[in-house]
Write a protein that binds this ligand. Structure first.
Ligand SMILES: C[S@@+](CC[C@H](N)C(=O)[O-])C[C@H]1O[C@@H](n2cnc3c(N)ncnc32)[C@H](O)[C@@H]1O
Length: 491
């Protein structure tokens, strides 16, 4: 790989240790590694249908990530402590069986060995578990930021620079809609907000809004509103150099300076929106001091009431991923305690979609919305039809009861569930968009045999190993495929 001379000169200044400098250079010729972040809320539901997490971890050889130095976080044990507990102390069978421990301590982030998986015929980006939203593929070093944000299930979170959504989905998984937790996931660039919204649909959180706003507009509307804010800022992207030739070609010293200015602009808006006692995390995927430690110093100068909780610099050679810089701050002041509340859902229509969302998202309804919670219906050619997003809701059962109560004018009504195993060829067939044959014994549901007909008929939802994949129409022992065209596997 040819790296710009100026870049190398700048990097050289960061390494006082000759050996480490060599390791840094050497690491540019090594293959990038990837990780997956498990959607533990989906996992919990899938377990009710017999999904085994421990079998999956074993079969895929999933390697738990992170061994923090927890001493820098004594004040609040928070999640870092919990992750350590589970890695060191909680026996495997307890993780699997105790819902209480599971709720508090499940490890979510894993490194994957893709060559091992390839030998087993598994491609992480083309797998039914991926389509079902059981996991999100992410750079392992990028995964390290969110666990340091001390996110509590009831936090009011904002991800200001969110697309394509790795960190947003990591945050959302730590929140509990029933306890008032939510995430406003914002992306400034419209086309990227669309991708973010698609990823959010796959993961299925009812307490997540995807919006396309400028940080300044949000700051004008929500001063002191959020208890956790992430600014994963646009940067000069040196951490992308191994993956993208364009990132190397686009790099220049001017770009570094320009990025630093923009980072400050975005951060200023974030300062406005952080509430007393809240936590702000700043991160980049570049190695530049100008965009990292210099910005951290600037944040400290601008905000004497912020305390640095931790700062970390990850490179290719000292992490499992593509590198990351992050700094986490706590604003002084008392954080308000968790409020007693009951979960309620709101149903609302926007253009040709109907959404159902956890009501704490209501303050965001007037923003430039791409998604508010779960899309439940969309306007079809003849009538309202179930939206694909509905099949992916993590709290599908709750949402469905709302969906049925608040039906628009439509004959659509879910009648059956079909359960297939991932080893069944029909799962791939379904994802390719084909019609599949179904046996009576594979069908469960509320529908009755249509009088005088041999087979059951009606709208059905297809599960793979207990994970909902999408809808279809069952008739004469065949499932007509409703899997969205844009998502279907190519042959
Ligand atoms: C490093 S990426 C975010 C990655 C994301 N957090 C994730 O985990 O997938 C930075 C994002 O900031 C967006 N961005 C660009 N200009 C911006 C601006 N002026 N304000 C806020 N975000 C901006 C980019 O479009 C990009 O999607």
């Amino acid at each position: 790989m040819h790296l710009p001379e100026v870049f190398l000169e700048r990097m050289r200044k960061l390494f006082s240790d000759e050996e480490e400098w060599k390791q840094f250079l050497q690491s540019f010729s090594e293959e990038p590694k990837r990780g997956i972040r498990v959607n533990t809320q989906k996992l919990r539901e899938a377990k009710k249908h017999g999904f085994s997490f421990s079998d999956w971890k074993k079969d895929w050889n999933l390697i738990p990530l992170f061994s923090f130095n927890y001493s820098d976080c004594e004040e609040e044990k928070g999640e870092r402590g919990l992750v350590e507990d589970i890695q060191n102390n909680v026996p495997e069978d307890l993780q699997e069986n105790s819902s209480e421990i599971l709720e508090k301590t499940e490890v979510r982030e894993f490194l994957v060995d893709e060559s091992y998986l390839a030998s087993q015929g598994i491609t992480i980006g083309r797998d039914p578990y991926h389509e079902a939203g059981l996991y999100y593929i992410q750079d392992p070093s990028a995964m390290e930021v969110v666990p340091h944000m001390e996110i509590r299930p009831f936090d009011r979170c904002l991800d200001l620079c969110a697309a394509p959504g790795g960190k947003s989905m990591q945050i959302a998984d730590r929140l509990d809609s029933k306890r008032g937790g939510f995430l406003l996931s914002n992306e400034y660039v419209g086309e990227r907000a669309r991708i973010l919204s698609k990823n959010a649909e796959r993961m299925g959180y009812a307490n997540l809004s995807v919006v396309n706003e400028s940080p300044a507009h949000l700051a004008a509307l929500y001063p002191g509103f959020f208890s956790r804010i992430l600014v994963d800022a646009p940067c000069s992207g040196e951490g992308m150099f191994r993956k993208s030739k364009e990132a190397v070609e686009d790099w220049s010293e001017e770009l570094v300076e320009k990025c630093a200015l923009r980072q400050k602009e975005i951060l200023r808006e974030a300062f406005t929106m952080l509430r007393e006692g809240g936590i702000l995390a700043y991160s980049t995927c570049t190695f530049e001091r100008t965009e990292n430690e210099d910005i951290r110093e600037w944040i400290e100068r601008e905000n004497p009431d912020y305390r640095l909780l931790m700062e970390k610099r990850l490179y290719f050679h000292n992490s499992s991923g593509e590198g990351q810089y992050f700094a986490v701050f706590k604003k002084s002041g008392e954080e308000p305690a968790e409020e007693e509340r009951e979960l309620s859902y709101t149903v609302f229509q926007k253009n040709k979609m109907i959404f159902c969302y956890a009501s704490q998202l209501r303050p965001f309804s007037e923003l430039k919305l791409f998604r508010q919670g779960i899309s439940i219906y969309e306007e079809g050619k003849k009538e309202w039809e179930y939206s694909h997003g509905l099949s992916h809701a993590v709290d599908l059962k709750d949402i469905f009861s709302i969906v049925e109560q608040r039906r628009p004018k439509t004959k659509y009504s879910l009648l059956y569930s079909l359960f297939l195993k991932r080893t069944d060829r029909r799962v791939e067939d379904y994802l390719l968009g084909n019609e599949i044959g179904v046996e009576e014994k594979e069908i469960e549901g509320i529908g009755e045999l249509i009088e005088g007909k041999e087979h059951k008929a009606g709208i059905s939802i297809l599960y793979c190993d207990g994970l909902p994949l999408g809808f279809g129409y069952l008739r004469n022992g065949r499932l007509r495929n409703f899997y969205p065209k844009g998502l279907r596997y190519k042959k």
